[in-house]
Design a protein around this ligand. Structure first.
Ligand SMILES: C[S@@+](CC[C@H](N)C(=O)[O-])C[C@H]1O[C@@H](n2cnc3c(N)ncnc32)[C@H](O)[C@@H]1O
Length: 224
């Protein structure tokens, strides 16, 4: 059965019902994006950013999917509280299951929200791995991704930047002064994302960092 499912290009984590993320076992469900290794790097950066935050910091995970980033942040500091939002009911159910399984319910609130629509609060740290595949490129993705990952998790609009623009435009209103946002982006989007962010006056620091394979992958912005 496993062999025939793999022949149909069903991703292994979906067959096994779980995947590894840093040192967590994360339950994965059909219709919920399977966390990737690049996002583990994003989580490590978020954990390191937490070290310089004051006591009882607040963090937001936008588009939480399985809840992987929220879990990594909550686990790293017992005094951090995390709001994890998603627009997908399946993702919300999966994230709640993972939060409960890791005993982090006290620290992580999973909430339905269309990006910031139900997020009135401010945070010290925002993390996001939004959909960033340009719509014309969706058809070129591997079958494992194209057929089994939810389109809502991949489709970044005509140029791949639709969700990133919303997140970066609204984030400053949801960050405390000195607060930071870390956003995973496509390897060819760094220049466009920096141009967009630098057109706004809200950021005192903007930069793009590369992942371990040398590809531009993370936008980092700090609010004044
Ligand atoms: C690429 S996945 C990332 C999931 C998870 N953060 C991770 O890194 O594994 C993007 C996520 O954004 C969510 N999403 C898409 N549109 C959204 C919206 N308008 N508001 C909130 N979340 C959204 C998707 O449901 C999906 O879970």
């Amino acid at each position: 059965m496993l062999v025939s499912a793999r022949a149909r290009r069903v991703p292994l984590p979906l067959l096994e019902g779980q995947t590894g993320f840093l040192d967590f076992d994360i339950a994965v469900h059909p219709g919920v994006f399977v966390p990737r290794s690049e996002t583990e790097e994003l989580a490590e950066r978020a954990v390191s950013a937490l070290r310089s935050l004051p006591r009882c910091p607040r963090a937001l995970d936008l588009g939480t999917g399985t809840g992987a980033l929220a879990l990594a942040i909550a686990q790293a500091r017992p005094d951090v509280s995390v709001v994890a939002v998603d627009a997908s009911p399946r993702a919300l159910a999966c994230a709640r299951r993972n939060v409960r399984a890791h005993g982090l319910d006290e620290q992580v609130e999973v909430r339905k929200s269309d990006w910031f629509s139900h997020v009135p609060e401010r945070f010290h740290l925002i993390v996001a791995n939004p959909p960033y595949v340009a719509r014309p490129d969706l058809a070129t993705l591997e079958p494992e991704v194209r057929q089994y990952e939810p389109r809502q998790a991949l489709d970044g609009g005509p140029d791949g930047l639709s969700a990133i623009r919303i997140v970066l435009a609204e984030a400053p209103r949801h960050l405390f002064s000195g607060g930071a946002i870390l956003v995973e982006i496509g390897h060819d989007q760094g220049e466009a994302v920096l141009r967009f962010a630098r057109a706004a006056s809200s950021w005192v620091e903007t930069r793009v960092d590369s992942d371990l394979s040398g590809k531009e992958r993370f936008f980092i912005g700090r609010c004044g």
